[in-house]
Design a protein around this ligand. Structure first.
Ligand code: GLU
Length: 497
Protein backbone atom coordinates (compact mmCIF):
# COMPACT_ATOMS: atom_id res chain seq x y z
CA UNK A 1 0.00 0.00 0.00
CA UNK A 2 1.42 3.36 -0.88
CA UNK A 3 1.97 5.98 1.79
CA UNK A 4 -0.47 8.90 1.97
CA UNK A 5 0.08 11.64 4.51
CA UNK A 6 -1.64 14.92 5.11
CA UNK A 7 -0.82 18.25 6.63
CA UNK A 8 -4.09 19.51 8.05
CA UNK A 9 -3.80 23.06 9.38
CA UNK A 10 -6.69 25.18 10.57
CA UNK A 11 -6.67 28.65 9.05
CA UNK A 12 -6.89 30.39 12.41
CA UNK A 13 -3.89 32.66 11.97
CA UNK A 14 -0.38 32.60 10.53
CA UNK A 15 1.21 29.16 10.45
CA UNK A 16 3.62 28.83 13.35
CA UNK A 17 7.13 27.65 12.54
CA UNK A 18 6.29 24.42 14.43
CA UNK A 19 3.51 23.87 11.90
CA UNK A 20 6.03 24.21 9.11
CA UNK A 21 8.15 21.53 10.79
CA UNK A 22 5.10 19.25 10.98
CA UNK A 23 4.44 19.81 7.28
CA UNK A 24 8.11 19.19 6.54
CA UNK A 25 8.23 15.86 8.39
CA UNK A 26 5.10 14.75 6.54
CA UNK A 27 6.71 15.77 3.28
CA UNK A 28 10.08 14.13 3.99
CA UNK A 29 8.34 10.90 4.94
CA UNK A 30 6.00 10.96 1.94
CA UNK A 31 8.79 11.59 -0.53
CA UNK A 32 11.09 9.08 1.12
CA UNK A 33 8.40 6.42 0.76
CA UNK A 34 7.40 7.43 -2.73
CA UNK A 35 4.03 8.46 -1.30
CA UNK A 36 1.57 11.32 -1.59
CA UNK A 37 1.50 14.60 0.33
CA UNK A 38 -1.91 16.08 0.91
CA UNK A 39 -2.85 19.52 2.18
CA UNK A 40 -6.24 19.59 3.86
CA UNK A 41 -7.68 22.80 5.21
CA UNK A 42 -9.52 22.17 8.48
CA UNK A 43 -11.84 25.13 8.62
CA UNK A 44 -14.92 23.79 10.38
CA UNK A 45 -14.59 26.15 13.31
CA UNK A 46 -16.07 29.26 11.74
CA UNK A 47 -15.62 31.28 14.90
CA UNK A 48 -11.86 30.97 14.63
CA UNK A 49 -11.59 31.67 10.92
CA UNK A 50 -8.98 34.30 10.09
CA UNK A 51 -8.99 36.08 6.77
CA UNK A 52 -5.81 35.47 4.78
CA UNK A 53 -4.61 32.54 6.89
CA UNK A 54 -5.18 29.93 4.20
CA UNK A 55 -3.25 31.94 1.62
CA UNK A 56 -0.51 32.38 4.20
CA UNK A 57 -0.27 28.60 4.68
CA UNK A 58 0.00 28.01 0.93
CA UNK A 59 2.62 30.69 0.54
CA UNK A 60 4.67 29.50 3.50
CA UNK A 61 4.72 25.90 2.26
CA UNK A 62 5.62 27.11 -1.22
CA UNK A 63 8.44 29.23 0.16
CA UNK A 64 10.15 26.34 1.95
CA UNK A 65 9.66 24.06 -1.05
CA UNK A 66 7.09 21.62 0.28
CA UNK A 67 5.28 20.50 -2.84
CA UNK A 68 1.74 19.41 -2.34
CA UNK A 69 0.46 16.52 -4.45
CA UNK A 70 -3.22 16.81 -3.57
CA UNK A 71 -5.00 19.77 -2.09
CA UNK A 72 -7.27 22.73 -2.52
CA UNK A 73 -5.14 24.18 -5.30
CA UNK A 74 -3.83 20.97 -6.84
CA UNK A 75 -7.08 19.01 -6.78
CA UNK A 76 -7.03 15.23 -6.58
CA UNK A 77 -9.30 12.21 -6.45
CA UNK A 78 -10.23 12.58 -2.80
CA UNK A 79 -11.54 16.14 -2.72
CA UNK A 80 -12.85 18.55 -1.77
CA UNK A 81 -9.80 19.23 0.38
CA UNK A 82 -11.40 21.94 2.43
CA UNK A 83 -13.57 20.75 5.29
CA UNK A 84 -16.14 23.51 4.99
CA UNK A 85 -16.98 22.03 1.59
CA UNK A 86 -17.55 18.55 3.02
CA UNK A 87 -20.38 19.24 5.46
CA UNK A 88 -22.81 16.69 4.02
CA UNK A 89 -20.18 13.98 4.26
CA UNK A 90 -19.77 14.48 8.00
CA UNK A 91 -23.51 14.61 8.56
CA UNK A 92 -23.87 11.31 6.77
CA UNK A 93 -21.21 9.61 8.87
CA UNK A 94 -22.54 11.04 12.12
CA UNK A 95 -25.92 9.59 11.13
CA UNK A 96 -24.27 6.24 10.55
CA UNK A 97 -22.97 6.23 14.11
CA UNK A 98 -26.41 7.16 15.44
CA UNK A 99 -27.91 4.25 13.55
CA UNK A 100 -25.32 1.78 14.78
CA UNK A 101 -25.87 2.97 18.35
CA UNK A 102 -22.34 4.33 18.66
CA UNK A 103 -23.48 7.93 18.97
CA UNK A 104 -26.57 9.70 20.24
CA UNK A 105 -28.48 12.97 20.08
CA UNK A 106 -28.20 15.26 23.07
CA UNK A 107 -30.65 18.11 23.62
CA UNK A 108 -29.27 19.59 26.83
CA UNK A 109 -29.28 23.34 27.04
CA UNK A 110 -26.27 25.21 28.35
CA UNK A 111 -28.16 25.79 31.63
CA UNK A 112 -28.71 22.07 31.99
CA UNK A 113 -25.06 21.38 31.32
CA UNK A 114 -24.10 23.99 33.91
CA UNK A 115 -26.43 22.35 36.39
CA UNK A 116 -24.77 18.98 35.77
CA UNK A 117 -21.38 20.49 36.39
CA UNK A 118 -22.57 22.08 39.61
CA UNK A 119 -24.14 18.91 40.95
CA UNK A 120 -20.98 16.94 40.24
CA UNK A 121 -18.85 19.62 41.85
CA UNK A 122 -21.00 19.61 44.96
CA UNK A 123 -20.80 15.82 45.14
CA UNK A 124 -17.01 16.19 44.90
CA UNK A 125 -16.83 13.98 41.84
CA UNK A 126 -13.33 14.00 40.34
CA UNK A 127 -14.27 13.44 36.76
CA UNK A 128 -16.70 16.21 35.90
CA UNK A 129 -17.87 15.37 32.43
CA UNK A 130 -20.66 14.20 30.19
CA UNK A 131 -19.74 10.51 30.09
CA UNK A 132 -20.86 6.93 30.42
CA UNK A 133 -22.01 7.60 33.99
CA UNK A 134 -23.61 11.02 33.80
CA UNK A 135 -25.21 10.70 30.37
CA UNK A 136 -28.10 8.76 31.87
CA UNK A 137 -29.16 11.82 33.92
CA UNK A 138 -29.27 14.05 30.87
CA UNK A 139 -31.64 14.89 28.06
CA UNK A 140 -30.58 12.72 25.16
CA UNK A 141 -31.71 9.96 22.86
CA UNK A 142 -30.56 7.36 25.39
CA UNK A 143 -32.85 8.68 28.12
CA UNK A 144 -35.80 10.01 26.09
CA UNK A 145 -38.29 7.80 24.28
CA UNK A 146 -37.88 7.50 20.55
CA UNK A 147 -41.14 9.42 20.06
CA UNK A 148 -39.85 12.28 22.15
CA UNK A 149 -36.60 12.30 20.21
CA UNK A 150 -38.40 12.29 16.84
CA UNK A 151 -40.64 15.12 17.98
CA UNK A 152 -37.70 17.23 19.13
CA UNK A 153 -35.81 16.64 15.90
CA UNK A 154 -38.91 17.39 13.83
CA UNK A 155 -39.43 20.61 15.79
CA UNK A 156 -35.85 21.59 15.00
CA UNK A 157 -34.85 21.73 18.65
CA UNK A 158 -31.13 22.55 19.01
CA UNK A 159 -29.05 19.45 19.56
CA UNK A 160 -25.63 17.95 19.21
CA UNK A 161 -24.47 14.45 18.41
CA UNK A 162 -22.19 12.84 20.99
CA UNK A 163 -20.00 9.76 20.79
CA UNK A 164 -21.15 7.02 23.17
CA UNK A 165 -17.80 6.29 24.78
CA UNK A 166 -17.81 2.81 26.30
CA UNK A 167 -17.58 2.61 30.08
CA UNK A 168 -14.87 0.00 30.23
CA UNK A 169 -12.50 -0.22 27.38
CA UNK A 170 -8.77 -0.12 27.21
CA UNK A 171 -7.56 1.92 24.29
CA UNK A 172 -4.07 1.10 23.13
CA UNK A 173 -2.11 2.06 20.12
CA UNK A 174 1.53 2.11 19.18
CA UNK A 175 2.70 5.57 18.26
CA UNK A 176 5.74 5.56 15.99
CA UNK A 177 7.43 8.19 18.15
CA UNK A 178 5.94 7.64 21.60
CA UNK A 179 5.66 3.85 21.47
CA UNK A 180 2.70 2.29 23.29
CA UNK A 181 -0.01 4.61 24.53
CA UNK A 182 -2.62 3.06 26.80
CA UNK A 183 -5.66 4.97 28.04
CA UNK A 184 -8.79 3.79 29.79
CA UNK A 185 -12.05 4.85 28.18
CA UNK A 186 -13.44 6.05 31.52
CA UNK A 187 -11.10 9.04 31.22
CA UNK A 188 -12.73 10.13 27.97
CA UNK A 189 -15.98 12.07 27.89
CA UNK A 190 -18.76 11.65 25.36
CA UNK A 191 -17.22 14.08 22.90
CA UNK A 192 -19.45 16.15 20.68
CA UNK A 193 -19.14 15.03 17.06
CA UNK A 194 -21.70 17.34 15.45
CA UNK A 195 -22.32 20.79 16.86
CA UNK A 196 -25.72 22.44 17.13
CA UNK A 197 -24.90 24.58 14.06
CA UNK A 198 -24.70 21.39 11.99
CA UNK A 199 -20.94 21.60 11.68
CA UNK A 200 -18.75 18.68 12.70
CA UNK A 201 -16.16 19.06 15.43
CA UNK A 202 -12.51 18.70 14.63
CA UNK A 203 -12.51 15.10 15.88
CA UNK A 204 -15.25 13.80 13.61
CA UNK A 205 -14.17 15.69 10.52
CA UNK A 206 -10.55 14.74 11.00
CA UNK A 207 -11.26 11.00 11.34
CA UNK A 208 -13.78 10.86 8.52
CA UNK A 209 -11.40 12.67 6.20
CA UNK A 210 -8.33 10.68 7.15
CA UNK A 211 -10.35 7.55 6.42
CA UNK A 212 -11.90 8.73 3.15
CA UNK A 213 -8.63 10.24 1.94
CA UNK A 214 -6.94 6.90 2.70
CA UNK A 215 -4.33 8.45 4.95
CA UNK A 216 -1.84 5.82 6.04
CA UNK A 217 0.18 7.86 8.55
CA UNK A 218 -0.93 10.73 10.74
CA UNK A 219 2.15 12.80 11.54
CA UNK A 220 1.29 15.77 13.74
CA UNK A 221 2.35 17.77 16.77
CA UNK A 222 2.46 16.31 20.24
CA UNK A 223 -0.35 18.63 21.35
CA UNK A 224 -2.69 16.21 19.55
CA UNK A 225 -1.54 13.15 21.47
CA UNK A 226 -4.31 13.52 24.11
CA UNK A 227 -6.89 13.39 21.28
CA UNK A 228 -5.48 10.25 19.74
CA UNK A 229 -7.24 7.74 22.06
CA UNK A 230 -10.56 9.36 21.19
CA UNK A 231 -9.65 9.10 17.53
CA UNK A 232 -8.87 5.41 17.96
CA UNK A 233 -12.30 4.99 19.58
CA UNK A 234 -13.91 6.71 16.62
CA UNK A 235 -12.16 4.43 14.15
CA UNK A 236 -13.41 1.50 16.19
CA UNK A 237 -16.95 2.90 16.27
CA UNK A 238 -16.95 3.14 12.48
CA UNK A 239 -15.28 -0.25 12.10
CA UNK A 240 -12.41 1.33 10.20
CA UNK A 241 -8.73 0.57 10.37
CA UNK A 242 -6.88 3.43 12.07
CA UNK A 243 -3.85 4.92 10.35
CA UNK A 244 -0.47 4.82 12.05
CA UNK A 245 0.29 7.76 14.32
CA UNK A 246 3.50 9.69 14.85
CA UNK A 247 3.28 12.55 17.34
CA UNK A 248 6.17 14.94 16.92
CA UNK A 249 8.08 16.39 19.87
CA UNK A 250 7.25 19.91 20.95
CA UNK A 251 9.38 22.88 19.98
CA UNK A 252 10.67 24.26 23.26
CA UNK A 253 11.64 27.74 24.37
CA UNK A 254 15.28 28.71 23.83
CA UNK A 255 15.97 28.04 27.53
CA UNK A 256 14.47 24.60 27.07
CA UNK A 257 11.54 24.71 29.47
CA UNK A 258 8.03 24.99 28.08
CA UNK A 259 6.54 25.29 24.66
CA UNK A 260 7.91 27.88 22.24
CA UNK A 261 5.47 30.77 22.01
CA UNK A 262 4.99 33.91 20.02
CA UNK A 263 6.07 35.89 23.07
CA UNK A 264 9.43 34.09 23.13
CA UNK A 265 10.09 35.48 19.68
CA UNK A 266 9.30 38.99 20.82
CA UNK A 267 11.44 38.66 23.96
CA UNK A 268 14.33 36.97 22.21
CA UNK A 269 14.15 39.15 19.09
CA UNK A 270 13.65 36.34 16.59
CA UNK A 271 10.82 35.21 14.30
CA UNK A 272 8.55 32.27 15.12
CA UNK A 273 6.64 32.46 11.85
CA UNK A 274 7.92 31.56 8.39
CA UNK A 275 6.61 34.72 6.76
CA UNK A 276 5.68 38.15 7.97
CA UNK A 277 2.07 38.47 9.04
CA UNK A 278 -0.21 41.40 9.66
CA UNK A 279 -3.60 40.58 11.07
CA UNK A 280 -6.27 42.39 9.07
CA UNK A 281 -8.56 42.83 12.05
CA UNK A 282 -6.28 43.43 15.01
CA UNK A 283 -3.42 44.97 13.04
CA UNK A 284 -1.13 42.64 14.99
CA UNK A 285 2.24 42.29 13.31
CA UNK A 286 4.61 39.33 13.43
CA UNK A 287 7.96 39.15 11.68
CA UNK A 288 8.93 36.24 9.47
CA UNK A 289 12.03 34.20 8.74
CA UNK A 290 11.74 35.14 5.08
CA UNK A 291 11.62 38.86 5.64
CA UNK A 292 14.34 38.67 8.27
CA UNK A 293 16.58 37.47 5.48
CA UNK A 294 16.74 33.72 6.02
CA UNK A 295 17.10 31.46 3.03
CA UNK A 296 14.34 28.90 2.68
CA UNK A 297 16.81 26.02 2.29
CA UNK A 298 18.55 27.03 5.52
CA UNK A 299 15.22 27.14 7.36
CA UNK A 300 14.32 23.70 6.02
CA UNK A 301 17.63 22.25 7.19
CA UNK A 302 17.27 23.90 10.59
CA UNK A 303 13.69 22.66 11.06
CA UNK A 304 14.46 19.14 9.91
CA UNK A 305 17.03 18.88 12.70
CA UNK A 306 14.57 20.01 15.39
CA UNK A 307 13.57 16.54 16.48
CA UNK A 308 15.50 14.36 14.10
CA UNK A 309 19.00 13.87 12.71
CA UNK A 310 20.58 11.34 10.38
CA UNK A 311 22.53 9.70 13.20
CA UNK A 312 25.94 10.77 11.94
CA UNK A 313 27.66 14.13 12.17
CA UNK A 314 26.37 15.52 8.91
CA UNK A 315 24.55 18.78 9.57
CA UNK A 316 24.22 20.45 6.20
CA UNK A 317 21.58 18.65 4.17
CA UNK A 318 19.42 20.01 1.42
CA UNK A 319 15.87 18.86 0.79
CA UNK A 320 16.95 16.02 -1.48
CA UNK A 321 19.46 14.73 1.02
CA UNK A 322 16.98 15.07 3.87
CA UNK A 323 14.43 13.04 1.94
CA UNK A 324 16.85 10.26 1.25
CA UNK A 325 18.11 10.12 4.86
CA UNK A 326 14.81 10.66 6.66
CA UNK A 327 13.68 7.86 8.94
CA UNK A 328 10.40 8.32 10.75
CA UNK A 329 11.50 5.78 13.37
CA UNK A 330 14.35 8.00 14.43
CA UNK A 331 12.27 11.02 15.39
CA UNK A 332 13.16 12.01 18.93
CA UNK A 333 10.73 11.65 21.79
CA UNK A 334 11.87 14.62 23.81
CA UNK A 335 11.13 18.23 22.95
CA UNK A 336 13.48 20.16 20.69
CA UNK A 337 14.95 23.38 22.02
CA UNK A 338 14.49 26.21 19.55
CA UNK A 339 17.86 27.92 19.27
CA UNK A 340 17.77 30.80 16.85
CA UNK A 341 21.58 30.94 16.81
CA UNK A 342 21.49 27.56 15.15
CA UNK A 343 19.13 28.96 12.52
CA UNK A 344 21.56 31.81 11.95
CA UNK A 345 24.43 29.38 11.67
CA UNK A 346 22.53 27.45 9.02
CA UNK A 347 21.84 30.63 7.14
CA UNK A 348 25.49 31.54 7.15
CA UNK A 349 26.44 28.07 5.87
CA UNK A 350 23.88 28.24 3.09
CA UNK A 351 24.90 31.74 2.16
CA UNK A 352 28.52 30.63 1.78
CA UNK A 353 27.42 27.79 -0.46
CA UNK A 354 25.60 30.11 -2.84
CA UNK A 355 27.12 30.98 -6.17
CA UNK A 356 28.67 34.44 -6.30
CA UNK A 357 26.42 35.15 -9.27
CA UNK A 358 23.30 34.42 -7.22
CA UNK A 359 24.37 36.66 -4.36
CA UNK A 360 25.48 39.34 -6.79
CA UNK A 361 22.05 39.37 -8.41
CA UNK A 362 20.48 39.66 -4.98
CA UNK A 363 22.38 42.70 -3.83
CA UNK A 364 22.49 44.21 -7.29
CA UNK A 365 18.76 44.77 -7.13
CA UNK A 366 19.74 47.53 -4.72
CA UNK A 367 23.19 48.58 -5.97
CA UNK A 368 22.43 48.54 -9.70
CA UNK A 369 26.04 48.10 -10.67
CA UNK A 370 26.89 44.48 -11.37
CA UNK A 371 30.67 44.95 -11.18
CA UNK A 372 30.48 46.63 -7.84
CA UNK A 373 27.96 44.08 -6.54
CA UNK A 374 30.25 41.18 -7.44
CA UNK A 375 33.17 42.85 -5.69
CA UNK A 376 31.08 43.39 -2.58
CA UNK A 377 30.07 39.74 -2.64
CA UNK A 378 33.72 38.68 -2.78
CA UNK A 379 34.53 41.09 0.03
CA UNK A 380 31.68 40.09 2.35
CA UNK A 381 30.50 36.57 1.57
CA UNK A 382 32.49 34.86 4.30
CA UNK A 383 31.78 37.48 6.91
CA UNK A 384 28.00 37.70 7.15
CA UNK A 385 25.00 35.70 8.32
CA UNK A 386 22.46 37.44 6.11
CA UNK A 387 22.86 38.74 2.58
CA UNK A 388 21.59 42.17 3.53
CA UNK A 389 24.50 42.52 5.96
CA UNK A 390 26.81 42.58 2.94
CA UNK A 391 25.60 46.13 2.51
CA UNK A 392 24.64 47.21 6.01
CA UNK A 393 28.05 46.31 7.44
CA UNK A 394 30.03 48.42 5.01
CA UNK A 395 28.35 51.84 4.91
CA UNK A 396 31.75 53.39 4.14
CA UNK A 397 31.73 51.86 0.67
CA UNK A 398 28.86 54.18 -0.19
CA UNK A 399 29.65 57.19 1.96
CA UNK A 400 32.75 58.81 3.31
CA UNK A 401 33.14 58.14 7.04
CA UNK A 402 31.91 61.05 9.12
CA UNK A 403 33.39 59.82 12.37
CA UNK A 404 36.39 57.76 13.36
CA UNK A 405 36.55 55.04 15.98
CA UNK A 406 37.92 56.88 19.01
CA UNK A 407 39.77 54.05 20.63
CA UNK A 408 41.53 53.02 17.44
CA UNK A 409 42.36 56.64 16.67
CA UNK A 410 43.97 57.04 20.11
CA UNK A 411 45.98 53.87 19.80
CA UNK A 412 46.86 53.66 16.15
CA UNK A 413 46.87 57.14 14.67
CA UNK A 414 50.33 57.71 16.08
CA UNK A 415 53.38 59.57 14.81
CA UNK A 416 54.36 56.65 12.63
CA UNK A 417 50.94 56.56 11.03
CA UNK A 418 50.97 60.29 10.43
CA UNK A 419 54.31 60.13 8.66
CA UNK A 420 53.39 57.01 6.72
CA UNK A 421 50.02 58.15 5.39
CA UNK A 422 51.28 60.75 2.88
CA UNK A 423 53.57 58.05 1.54
CA UNK A 424 50.63 55.64 1.29
CA UNK A 425 48.68 58.22 -0.70
CA UNK A 426 51.62 58.78 -2.97
CA UNK A 427 52.06 55.09 -3.62
CA UNK A 428 48.38 54.65 -4.40
CA UNK A 429 48.64 57.35 -7.04
CA UNK A 430 51.24 55.26 -8.87
CA UNK A 431 49.17 52.06 -9.07
CA UNK A 432 48.00 51.74 -12.64
CA UNK A 433 45.75 48.73 -12.71
CA UNK A 434 43.97 49.50 -9.43
CA UNK A 435 43.23 46.05 -8.07
CA UNK A 436 43.78 44.68 -4.61
CA UNK A 437 46.83 42.63 -5.52
CA UNK A 438 48.59 45.55 -7.20
CA UNK A 439 47.61 47.87 -4.39
CA UNK A 440 49.00 45.44 -1.86
CA UNK A 441 52.28 44.92 -3.70
CA UNK A 442 52.88 48.59 -4.33
CA UNK A 443 52.00 49.55 -0.78
CA UNK A 444 54.20 46.96 0.84
CA UNK A 445 57.13 47.70 -1.44
CA UNK A 446 56.73 51.46 -1.00
CA UNK A 447 56.49 51.31 2.77
CA UNK A 448 59.33 48.87 3.18
CA UNK A 449 61.53 51.10 1.03
CA UNK A 450 60.91 53.82 3.61
CA UNK A 451 61.78 51.42 6.42
CA UNK A 452 58.17 51.23 7.65
CA UNK A 453 56.73 47.87 8.57
CA UNK A 454 53.37 47.81 6.76
CA UNK A 455 51.80 45.83 9.62
CA UNK A 456 52.40 48.75 11.96
CA UNK A 457 50.20 51.18 10.06
CA UNK A 458 47.51 48.94 8.61
CA UNK A 459 44.92 49.69 11.25
CA UNK A 460 45.54 53.38 10.90
CA UNK A 461 45.02 53.05 7.17
CA UNK A 462 41.81 51.16 7.77
CA UNK A 463 40.69 53.89 10.14
CA UNK A 464 41.34 56.54 7.49
CA UNK A 465 39.54 54.59 4.79
CA UNK A 466 36.56 53.25 6.75
CA UNK A 467 36.42 55.12 10.05
CA UNK A 468 36.45 51.76 11.78
CA UNK A 469 38.97 49.51 13.45
CA UNK A 470 37.73 46.24 12.01
CA UNK A 471 36.33 45.09 8.71
CA UNK A 472 36.80 43.00 5.61
CA UNK A 473 39.92 42.78 3.45
CA UNK A 474 41.39 46.28 3.34
CA UNK A 475 43.10 46.02 -0.02
CA UNK A 476 39.88 44.89 -1.65
CA UNK A 477 38.02 47.67 0.15
CA UNK A 478 40.46 50.18 -1.32
CA UNK A 479 40.06 48.64 -4.77
CA UNK A 480 36.29 48.94 -4.52
CA UNK A 481 36.46 52.57 -3.46
CA UNK A 482 38.84 53.41 -6.29
CA UNK A 483 42.00 55.44 -6.33
CA UNK A 484 40.55 58.92 -5.98
CA UNK A 485 38.25 58.23 -3.08
CA UNK A 486 40.87 56.25 -1.23
CA UNK A 487 43.42 59.04 -1.52
CA UNK A 488 40.86 61.69 -0.58
CA UNK A 489 39.98 59.75 2.55
CA UNK A 490 43.62 59.49 3.59
CA UNK A 491 44.03 63.23 3.09
CA UNK A 492 40.88 63.95 5.05
CA UNK A 493 42.03 61.76 7.93
CA UNK A 494 45.38 63.52 7.96
CA UNK A 495 43.53 66.82 8.19
CA UNK A 496 41.03 65.96 10.90
CA UNK A 497 42.69 63.34 13.11
N1 GLU B 1 -6.49 20.98 12.27
C1 GLU B 1 -5.55 20.44 13.22
C2 GLU B 1 -4.50 21.51 13.46
O1 GLU B 1 -4.76 22.62 13.25
C3 GLU B 1 -4.99 19.16 12.70
C4 GLU B 1 -4.44 18.22 13.70
C5 GLU B 1 -4.14 16.90 13.04
O2 GLU B 1 -3.16 16.88 12.26
O3 GLU B 1 -4.86 15.98 13.25
O4 GLU B 1 -3.38 21.29 13.84
Amino acid sequence: MSVRVRFAPSPTGPLHIGGVRTALYNYLFAKKMGGTMILRIEDTDQTRFVDGAEEYIQEALGWVGINIDEGVKQGGDFGPYKQSERKEIYAKYAQELIESGKAYYAFDTSEELDALRKTLEEAKVDNISYNSVTRMQMKNSLTLSSDEVSAKLAAGEPHVIRLKVPLKDEIRFKDIVRDWVVVHSSTIDDKILMKSDGMPTYHLANIVDDHLMEITHVIRGEEWLPSAPLHILLYKAFGWKAPEFAHLPLLLKPEGNGKLSKRDGVLGDFPVFPLEWQDKVTGDFSRGFREDGYYADAVVNFLAFLGWNPGNDQEIMNMKELISAFDIHHIHKSGARFDVNKAKWYNQMYLRQKDDAVLTAEIDSEIKNADLSLKIVKLMKDRVTFTKEMLSEIPYIFEEPQTYDDEIAQKKWDELAKTAMPKVAEVLKTVEDFNSQNIHDALFAGLEAEGIKPGKIMQALRLAITGQGKGPDLMLTIEILGKEKAIARIEKALAVL
